[in-house]
Design a protein around this ligand. Structure first.
Ligand code: PEP
Length: 253
């Protein structure tokens, strides 16, 4: 059985004070109310990684992640943050290939393959995002595109390594729009991704890979989405910024 994961993507939101309050409220609610054993991850802006990590202390339920890292290990890349830096700070997870990075920062599959490699080289666990824009879904090209996104950035990895990756399927038309994929649409695409991995690496490898759904997950829809057999939890944007709402999402896992 794969462990459920609920990762909050805070994006570029909150002041430090607000971030500390949010983390502390969710931590308290999770400790008091969440019965299941879902892993929770706070993917916070770079400047808040250490303060929030220090606040979490040795919390066994909640881990911390970054939202991006450079494809370079070090050097003259002003403003960038490297995988070795994250590792040296004790950050275990990093989101790579979020659709906002693809759209606003021109990140493509080839670049993301490099970021995946550098993250893995330094012992980080990538949360690799894939997903189709609305026009691709409407022209029925979504399965082909998502399979290509998975192939171009992950299929150079060995079976032992790809097993350790977390994939997040996030249809772009559902991100921040309030329009969620139906549980059936999510399950169908997750099954396509898992089958694609199985065709290359074998079923036992595919069965080990965690595949999260992302796109307007909230307290009202989390339970149904997370109950799908191939949906191993969620990557949550807007709802992760509200402590009560995010706690309810976690309870759905
Ligand atoms: C995301 O940013 O990864 C995301 C899924 O956002 P939202 O939940 O707001 O749609």
């Amino acid at each position: 059985m794969r462990q459920k994961i609920v990762a909050g993507n805070w994006k570029m939101n909150k002041t430090l004070e607000e971030a500390n309050i949010l983390a502390s409220e969710i931590t308290g609610m999770v400790a008091d109310e969440v019965k299941g054993d879902a892993k929770v991850i706070f993917c916070v802006p770079f400047p808040y990684l250490l303060p929030i990590k220090n606040q979490l202390g040795n919390n066994g339920r909640i881990a911390i992640g970054a939202q991006n890292c450079s494809e370079h290990e070090a050097g003259a890349y002003t403003g960038e943050v490297s995988a070795p830096m994250l590792k040296s700070m004790g950050i275990p997870y990093v989101i790579l290939g979020h659709s906002e990075r693809r759209q606003y920062f021109g990140e493509d599959g080839k670049l993301l393959a490099k970021k995946i490699d550098v993250a893995l080289k330094h012992g980080l666990i990538p949360i690799y995002c894939c997903g189709e824009p609305l026009e691709v879904r409407e022209s029925n090209g979504h399965e082909a595109l998502v399979k290509k996104q998975v192939e171009e950035s992950l299929f150079h990895l060995s079976a032992d390594v790809i097993k350790t990756i977390v994939i997040a399927y996030e249809p772009v038309w559902a991100i921040g729009t309030g329009k969620t994929a139906s549980a059936q649409q999510a399950q169908d695409m997750h099954a396509v991704i898992r089958k694609h991995i199985a065709a290359k690496y074998g079923q036992s490898v595919a069965d080990a890979v965690a595949i999260l759904y992302g796109g307007s997950v909230n307290a009202a829809n989390a339970k149904e989405l997370f109950a799908c057999p191939d949906v191993d939890g969620g990557l949550v944007g807007g709802a992760s910024l509200k402590s009560r709402e995010f706690t309810e999402v976690i309870k759905g896992a």
